[in-house]
Structure formats: structure tokens, C-alpha cells
Design a binder for this molecule. Structure first.
Ligand SMILES: C[S@@+](CC[C@H](N)C(=O)[O-])C[C@H]1O[C@@H](n2cnc3c(N)ncnc32)[C@H](O)[C@@H]1O
Length: 365
């Protein structure tokens, strides 16, 4: 993940301790502030090779005046947190999540790595699932919701959740099973939806047309409609049907004049969503079939199947790298976005669009 990021960006590590993550980030081209409350840990980190590349800061990440003295609010492209969030949440979950949010620039990304609890797992080298294990060897274990919900409540958007293991250490090797504990890696983004900006939603043909023909009055998605976009006209960006669940459009679409009806992507009108609710049962989803038109058994259908079983079988094969995505590893969430109104339109010109989140693009002026 880190290697794919633009270089010379500002990064802050929360709870850097005496490990070498911050130095690694600096070596990758980031300008890094490494923050820890513990003087001894910082002094030890300073003895590591290339430690001079990092700005070491002694501060309490839960201090009321954190942004007045030690670190800059809205100042960082990347917040990196390896095993600090999962400690600080025991003291003040809301505050640590809020401080991660506040530290980030408006388009910044947070990478948070915590001990992982899996449902129905009792065979790992550390403690029982879903419980913090203070006093036992290994990190606190968090469920996915314990990781993501406080950060989402603070205003961040979950981009990806993956399962990995912490790096092997002699200590972990000496425990029964010899494996380092499982870890969740969450990637979160601070997205600022601006009521003054124009947005476009990619919808694959033929569902895009069904909306404009009034045949499809509910759009179903695996995430909630950002509240700022409720009751607001959104461009309908039609793309061609491709692989299920995979966008066939790049992350940036240059301004263009549509040449023909066979253009692979085009804006065909606007849609206004007037409500967004989450489906909580199969019955509820089935009752809306006529409205959302999702084909039975398709990749977009309601399902409560989880891949937890698959992960259970493969736990011993999960190494520190590579990580595996948990996107489909949890119960699929489905939301109903109710179409309030729509308008078909032919556009002479096509603005440049930049993907900001999932299927949403922002019109770039
Ligand atoms: C489990 S260690 C993780 C260290 C390092 N990130 C790593 O992966 O090895 C947690 C770190 O958070 C730091 N920490 C705990 N409370 C803190 C606070 N209120 N403000 C800043 N750092 C804190 C501790 O001093 C410790 O270095």
C-alpha cells in the first residue's frame, strides 16, 4: 500500500514506539512526524539506522491541546497507526478516532493496524476472540466493527479492510503454534463531500437506462449514500456492463465530447435520491425486487453468506504478507437508495471527472 502512494507527502505515525515504521516511511519518500508519549521509546528509535530522516515528537495523542502545540490539524496526507489505536481506544475511543480525523488533510488517508478477532476462532496463538487481552501475550484483539465504527463515526470512510499477521518475532515464535497474531489493516479516507460541487454516479447499462425510464426506483449499493448527496441532482454516468462489481471506468475521465451512442462511458441525465436505508433481511430485499430489479443469484443479490469459513481454513497460511481482502469476508451490507426524481438529458459536452469514492466521481472544473 505504502509503495503505491505519491511521494513527498506528509505523514504522521501515531504511537511510533521504538519500531522502524516511521523510518521506513521516510525512506519511501514521506516527510514523517513520529509521535509517541514515551521518551525512552523515542530515544531507542533514534538509535536505529536512518533515524535522522524522521522528525521525532514526544506528545500525548489524547492531550486536549494536541493540535495547538505538537502537531498540525489538517496537516497530513497519511496517518499511520500500528498498534497504537488499539491501545488508545481503551482509554478514549472517540478521541483517538477524532484525532486521526483531525490530523488528516481533507483528502488524506489513514492506515490503522490492530490485533484481529475473528468470529468462532479459538485456535490462534493469542487470546479468545473479540476480547481485549490485557495481561496476556499479544495485542488486544478487535472485531472489524471495533476497528471501523469509531473511525466512521468520526467522519472517515472505510476504503478497505484486510487480514494479515504482525511481523514474526522470537516471542511469537515461542508461543503455541508459533505464529504471530492476526491483524486487521484498515484503510480509511477523509472525503469531504461538498454541497457546492457536482458529482456523478457510475451505473452500468442497462440499469442506468432503467432508472431514466422510471422502471428502477431503488438503486442498491454496498455502502450508504453520503448524506450530503441526498436531495441533490447527481449526474448519471453510464458505463458498459463488464465484470460484476468491477468498474470498467478509470479513476480519471478527461473532458470530452461524446462521439456516438457507443461511447464506453457517457452522462445520460441526472438522478435525485431522497432516502437511503439499509436492508436488514432477505425478506425486505425480496419485497423490493420490482423496484431495484436486482437479478436473483447475481453478484448484487442479497446474501448473508460469509467467507469466514474460508478464512478459518486458511488461518495458518496467512503470513505477515500478503494480506487478504475482507471485502467479501463479512456479511454483505446492502443499502437502498430511493430514486425521488430523474431527468434524461443529452449533453453537448462532458466534464472531466475524478473518482472520489467507490462509484462516485467529482466534476473537475
Ligand atoms: C504497542 S506500541 C506500538 C509501537 C509501534 N507502533 C510498533 O508497532 O511497534 C504502542 C505505542 O503507543 C504509545 N502510546 C501509548 N499511549 C500514547 C499516548 N497517549 N500518546 C502517544 N503515544 C502513546 C506507546 O508509548 C507505545 O510506544
Amino acid at each position: 500500500f505504502i509503495q503505491g502512494q505519491p511521494k513527498v507527502e506528509k505523514c504522521i505515525e501515531f504511537g511510533s514506539g521504538s519500531s522502524c515504521s516511521s523510518i521506513y516511511l521516510a525512506e519511501q519518500g514521506f516527510e514523517v512526524d513520529a509521535v509517541d508519549i514515551c521518551e525512552v521509546a523515542i530515544e531507542r528509535a533514534k538509535t536505529l539506522p536512518n533515524a535522522h530522516m524522521v522528525n521525532w515528537v514526544k506528545a500525548d495523542l489524547l492531550a486536549d491541546d494536541l493540535f495547538e502545540s505538537a502537531i498540525t490539524e489538517n496537516g497530513y496526507d497519511l496517518v499511520f497507526d500500528m498498534q497504537c489505536y488499539h491501545v488508545l481506544r481503551l482509554i478514549d475511543e472517540t478521541k483517538v478516532a477524532t484525532n486521526i480525523y483531525r490530523a488528516l488533510k481533507p483528502t488524506g488517508t489513514a492506515v490503522v493496524v490492530v490485533g484481529a478477532a475473528l468470529p468462532n476462532r479459538d485456535n490462534d496463538s493469542v487470546a479468545p476472540d473479540g476480547k481485549d487481552i490485557e495481561g496476556k501475550p499479544g495485542p488486544p484483539l478487535l472485531t472489524l466493527d471495533q476497528l471501523r465504527l469509531p473511525l466512521e463515526r468520526a467522519g472517515l470512510t472505510t476504503v478497505q479492510l484486510s487480514l494479515s499477521r504482525f511481523n514474526p518475532t522470537p516471542h511469537y515464535a515461542s508461543l503455541p503454534g508459533g505464529l504471530a497474531p492476526l491483524a486487521w489493516m484498515g484503510i480509511f479516507r477523509k472525503i469531504q463531500w461538498n454541497a457546492e460541487d457536482a458529482y456523478a454516479l457510475e451505473v452500468q447499462a442497462p440499469f442506468s437506462t432503467y432508472i431514466l425510464e422510471g422502471k428502477k426506483s431503488i438503486e442498491t449499493r454496498a455502502y450508504a449514500l453520503p448524506p450530503t448527496l441526498l436531495h441533490k441532482p447527481i449526474y448519471l454516468l453510464e458505463s458498459q456492463q463488464g465484470q460484476d462489481g468491477v468498474s470498467s471506468v478509470g479513476d480519471f475521465i478527461p473532458a470530452q465530447v461524446p462521439t456516438s451512442d457507443t461511447s464506453s462511458v457517457r452522462i445520460i441525465g441526472t438522478v435525485v435520491f431522497t432516502a437511503c436505508t439499509q436492508y436488514t433481511s432477505q425478506v425486505q430485499f425480496d419485497a423490493d425486487r420490482e423496484k431495484h430489479l436486482v437479478p436473483v443469484g447475481s453478484a448484487y443479490d442479497y446474501t448473508v453468506e460469509t467467507d469466514t469459513h474460508r478464512f478459518e481454513q486458511n488461518l495458518n497460511n496467512i503470513k505477515a504478507q500478503p494480506i487478504i481482502s475482507m471485502k467479501e469476508g463479512k456479511i454483505k451490507e446492502l443499502f437502498a437508495w430511493e430514486v425521488g426524481s430523474f431527468e434524461a438529458n443529452v449533453y453537448e459536452e462532458f466534464p472531466a471527472l475524478k473518482r472520489v469514492h467507490r462509484s462516485f466521481f467529482k466534476v473537475v472544473k
